[in-house]
Ligand binder design. Sequence first.
Ligand SMILES: O=C(O)CCC(=O)C(=O)O
Length: 263
Amino acid sequence: MKISSYQMDIIPGNPKKNREKVKEWVDNICKEESPDVIVLPEMWTTGYTLPELKEIADRDGEPTTRFLQNLARENEINIIGGSFANIKDDEVYNSAIAINRKGEILYRYDKVHLVPMLDEHLYLKAGTHNHIFEIEGIKAGLIICYDLRFPELSRQLAVDGAEILFIVAEWPEARKYHWKHLQIARAIENQVFVVSTNCVGQYNGVQYCGNSMMIDPLGEIISCGNEENEETITKELDLHSVPVIREKVPVFKSRVPSVYKIN
Ligand SMILES: O=C(O)CCC(=O)C(=O)O
């Protein structure tokens, strides 16, 4: 599976310009690299302009969903569409989406863990569900940024069969060490490929740290983006290695859930 990740410098508060930017990137990358899957970062239509979201967010997923569906169909490409601010029943959610080559929606997810350090709970409503989906016949999970800190969420996806974990983010420079090492931990403990897409640039005094990564199920970094600039990371992943690795070190067979007391 050839995957291209867009480590984007998001234009704050300007969904139209960001959609134009993404269209240009997708059209070019599809011509140059013909990936099977492309991945966008968290909140890529608006950036983290939390106080403005009620005015500029999508409504019931539109127009961003249709925009991504058209891009998927035109380029015959699967899209992990990052996430975008999305108003449903007058509440703003941080909504992620996955779309196949025919433009069909494979999965929708609203970020479950809101970030106290950003007062997200004042602006956003949390989602309540997360589950696996299939992309090109591969079982996958999709989480958003702060979700990475909760091993239970990724573990549940792996126990349910995920072999690849997509992480879309706007992770700050201030906690870059956590960003890199938690991803490696999630890959090793769950024996999954991790594909993450972070943004770069800064907004409102927060510097984002790039370092979008592709990591194999042994925790080896296959590819890592730079820290400051827009970049496309493209790699071919051999997903057949997952069952082989899980057979050699049979973590899932060795689990003893009856001993674990956390809910
Ligand atoms: O957990 C962190 O340190 C960063 C999380 C974050 O910025 C986010 O979820 O948007």
